[in-house]
Design a protein around this ligand. Sequence first.
Ligand code: NAP
Ligand code: MG
Length: 400
Amino acid sequence: MTKIRVLNPIVELDGDEMTRVIWAMIKERLILPFLDVDLKYFDLGVQNRDETDDRITAEAGQAIRHFGVGVKCATITPDAERVSEYRLKKEWPSPNGQIRSILDGTVFRKPIIVRTIIPAVRSWKKPIIIGRHAYGDIYRGVELKVDRPGKVELVYTPTEGPERRVLVHDFAGPGVVMGMHNLEKSIRSFARACIAYALSERIELWFSMKDTISKQYHAFFKTVFSEEAAARKADFERAGIAYRYMLIDDAAAQMMKSAGNMLWAVSNYDGDVFSDVVAAGFGSLGMMTSVLVSPDGKFEFEAAHGTVRRHYYEHLKGRPTSTNSVASIFAWTGGIKKRGELDGTPSVVAFAERLEAAVIGCIEAGIVTKDLVPLMEPRPTGYQSTEGFIAAVEDRLTAV
Ligand code: NAP
Ligand code: MG
């Protein structure tokens, strides 16, 4: 069999635990036999991050910036327990957080839709992708408990010019206050990343805030977003997609009634809540992918779930596991498809689509891992092991 040549490199970020085991199987059995691809490999396994004092993470992020496309395996974000489990030097920061800041990127979560997996919301037929702004608001808020009567004010002391004050509240008794902020630069990058992603996927872009109530803070987001969308008006027209602003409550109701197929961009808190609403509504974490997109169009693909720690401990004891590899396979296909699009190589895109079709074909035929069984109609009688599922995908891929 002649392999399909991929013109430019793909950056590969290896990871931890059960997903690392799955990752190697996917690469050996579903990717390398079919593609002649230059993988720029970075081992982000927690031991190697520790050995390199985490330089490897920064290098991997820079490589994605340089080559434009990365695929990432799930990684451990160490806490105190992990530091002793893996004898680490310290609690290294989250690799995802670091790469996000290197790329100034926004994370989009996208469910994989299969005919035989019935979403909790009947009208949902296509993916609903949530774009969550990942800076500021309550996540960088400062708070104060008010325990006796008194006045709370916001004071702005510019480097030049007069001070400005607004009254928050004149407290007659106990209460609570919070101050929060955001940055124009961050909001603009967020808007650009959302626009880049909507254009690349050719799906409608929704953006929601509550500017009827918050006439400065939320209204500022709305203005920045509208400006950025207006600047790409010709691209929206060419892609045949629309930009819609809606109030958050209106959008939430519309989303529940919709058939999907849009990117819904939301503030940090709304994204926290609605990404879990949508994930639960579509079914399993094993079927949720995640894409990090930078404002200038660099992409990193991964599964939305973690390293599936509990399954890994079973695996280490030599017991059989049934871990869903679908989101990890789609991280690879997402990266390969994007590489093919950017390189203008339709055969590379077609291979990624063929692999996705093989995965979907298996699931529709009832060949699934354990997590999917209760979500399916008709319900399969048994389930596959971790390896068994990947082998079934491989069979289908070589059969067509
Ligand atoms: P997790 O890996 O998301 O798994 C939590 C549970 O969800 C699993 O125990 C399993 O449930 C189910 N699950 C998740 N993915 C599955 C899959 N592919 N197939 C079947 N079941 C799946 O979270 P965790 O085990 O609590 O976290 C482990 C590590 O992941 C942590 O160290 C965390 O830092 C890291 N993490 C990394 C990322 C990332 O790199 N993007 C994201 C989140 C977490 P059952 O056990 O009931 O079968
Ligand atoms: Mg959350």
